[in-house]
Design a protein around this ligand. Structure first.
Ligand code: SAH
Length: 229
């Protein structure tokens, strides 16, 4: 079973949105597991200090390597094969492909940064895979970890009811999804495209593929193979 362990200064934020709707139902039914651990529990001093000033000077605070290493080693002792992830704006951008890989694996240890970030030595010593959710800077890794887990957990078999609805989505075939419609037939003078109510499944599939290609070319040409741009 996919089991996620979060290391954070704000464990009370979890499960948060991950506890709602189908993901929350999957969590309650034991289709996946989630534990959030307070990093401060691994600080030995009375003040439960987890950070210190940056070596070399500068603003902010840096998470100390020894405390974080102790947390990681306790939660994931030798033999725990789950990937160790650090949410980080410097990381590899999260993709649907990486979400699929994680969903078929045993889970993940996810470290949420705060302040200016994490001492580089613990990133190297504990082999943390840095993953970014986009080219912007958040205040902490918690929301980023939720984004990662939401993308992954919905791919776990049984979590989403209809298996089919996943296969045609944006990114699943390398393209953005075609536009969706539902009743009423007429909305403020706008009709559902006639092909969708024609009952001709071949024509519908062709129309949807053309729409996907056109949308992708207009909005995200970087997703298309070079020869199709
Ligand atoms: N000084 C750092 C930013 C620290 S932001 C820098 O310039 O790289 C504090 C924490 O928020 C980070 O340690 C990370 O865990 C999280 N975070 C911020 N932006 C993120 C992003 N785009 N993706 C993933 N995590 C992010």
């Amino acid at each position: 079973m996919f089991s996620a362990d979060i290391i954070t200064l704000f464990p009370e934020l979890f499960p948060g949105p991950l506890g709602a709707s189908v993901l929350g139902r999957g969590l309650n039914e034991g289709l996946w597991a989630l534990q959030a651990t307070q990093l401060r529990d691994f600080a030995p001093d009375r003040h439960r200090t987890v950070d210190d000033t940056p070596s070399g000077g500068g603003a902010g605070m840096v998470l100390k390597p020894d405390i974080l290493a102790r947390a990681i080693d306790t939660i994931a002792p030798a033999g725990d094969l789950r990937p160790r992830i650090l949410m980080s704006p410097r990381g590899t951008p999260l993709t649907q492909a990486r979400a699929h890989e994680l969903a078929t694996g045993p889970g993940a240890i996810i470290v949420c940064g705060r302040f200016e970030g994490v001492d580089q030595r613990v990133i190297e010593a504990r082999n943390l895979e840095e993953i970014s959710i986009g080219d912007y800077v958040l205040a902490g890794g918690e929301v980023a970890a939720m984004v990662l887990l939401e993308a992954v957990v919905r791919l776990i078999p049984g979590v989403l009811g209809a298996l089919d609805s996943r296969d045609e989505e944006s990114f699943e075939n390398g393209l953005l999804e075609y536009p969706q419609y539902t009743r009423p037939q007429s909305f403020e003078g706008r009709e559902i495209p006639a092909v969708l109510t024609s009952g001709d499944h071949g024509k519908i599939a062709k129309w949807r593929h053309e729409q996907s290609l056109a949308l992708t070319a207009a909005r995200r040409p970087d997703l298309l193979p070079v020869k199709e741009r």
